[in-house]
Design a protein around this ligand. Sequence first.
Ligand code: NDP
Length: 455
Amino acid sequence: MLLKSINPSSGETIREYPEHQWEEIDQIIRNVKTAFKSWKTTTLTYRIERIKEVARLLEIKKEGLAFTISIEMGKPINESRAEIDKCIWVCHYYCDNIETFLQKRIITTEAQESYISFQPLGVVLAVMPWNFPFWQVFRFAVPAILAGNTAILKHASNVPGCAIAIEDLFNEADFPYDVFRTVLASNRKVERMIANKRVSATTLTGSTKAGQSVAETAGRYLKKCVLELGGSDPYLIFDDADLNHAVDACVKGRLINTGQSCIGAKRFIVTPGIYNDFENLFVEKMKAATIGDPFDEKNQLGPMARGNIREDILSQVNKSVSKGATLLCGGQLIDSPGYYFPATVLSNIQPEQPAYSQELFGPVASLIRATDEQDAIRIANDTTFGLGSAIFTSDIEKAKQIGEQELEAGCCFVNDFVRSDPRLPFGGIKESGYGRELSVFGLYEFINIKTIYVR
Ligand code: NDP
């Protein structure tokens, strides 16, 4: 089978890549396992040097890599550049902190000596999505490889160009050849790869359905597994919020990456005193979002990454409207080549509508009127997802209490939109998955936390 790289702003095929055959995949896994045996014995100083070299190459090649992202999945070019910058950041963050994170930890017991030693697990298989085709890979690979693991990337089928560009970067940075390898394969090959006895662990970022499938296989073969899945992040806007600031942050949080982000702002739950003003200003700013060629820097929105993703979002909007939602702007396909979908706002959202209960992976916002703050918290938690959340209010103490104790999510941002940061743990609960990425917690996911006890 061929993996097709399609330019989503025209629908034209850029290039076709043959999938790796089973013999090739088995050989790659064997090689990456062999590489692990020597990579884990290298010094931390050497590993840090190699990752710093990757960061240097990312900086030098930024323009070309950003182009590869935008041409393959349609991200506005400035956001693609910012994605490469974030990859550079995660390289430096872990290079600066890895020694401290991996330092053996003495624990006083009745023994002569007892301590915790942090050892790599082995070959980690990463099944990654197209929406942040560099960042999602780097945030898993940098800590895993610095810790002494080796890695195999099975990227999304629509971004083979990005997958190959990432493997090339590691090779150009003088990594031993099989420390990081890309396998060109569709999702049908993942189960057998996880089952391979040389693979120690797996991590998937993607839909809940894909996560369920990977978790099932990982469970069957007892492989360590991290899942970063979808979300339907609630943004709570209370009467005492700074309206202009809240609207700006909410629009930004909803439109980033043309709405195709797991931690995108999706449900805006607004208390009655501010609801009308919020709705008016929010719709005005969503209508003003410019859409078009992702290489034209003035555009905030590019095309959706694939035709079927646009069809899905259109169907969710239409079904919601047929069940009583009000379309305040957008919602109509744009008459031009490519998979464009405009910034869209729905109100009068009810539980039976997809806009209430499903993830909207596109530039579509659901506005929900709550009766009061308690009702807003109830609605926020009335979802199968639990990834991010945000609260807009001038009462910071109240927001912290609600964020910590009441919202069912992996994070809560107060007076800001949710975003990932190498210094902070990232991940979800409920059907948004389990495990954490980034920070020291992400590093420890692919580590054998080993107890040494000397009598
Ligand atoms: P998928 O979850 O299908 O794809 C993500 C990755 O998982 C890809 O590498 C894909 O491979 C792989 N995959 C898919 N199904 C399986 C499976 N059964 N077993 C193992 N691996 C699998 O996302 P889509 O691209 O189809 O997007 C669909 C929806 O997923 C979006 O609308 C959004 O809701 C959600 N999503 C969430 C993301 C996030 O950041 N949490 C990122 C992307 C999507 P292949 O490409 O070969 O199918």
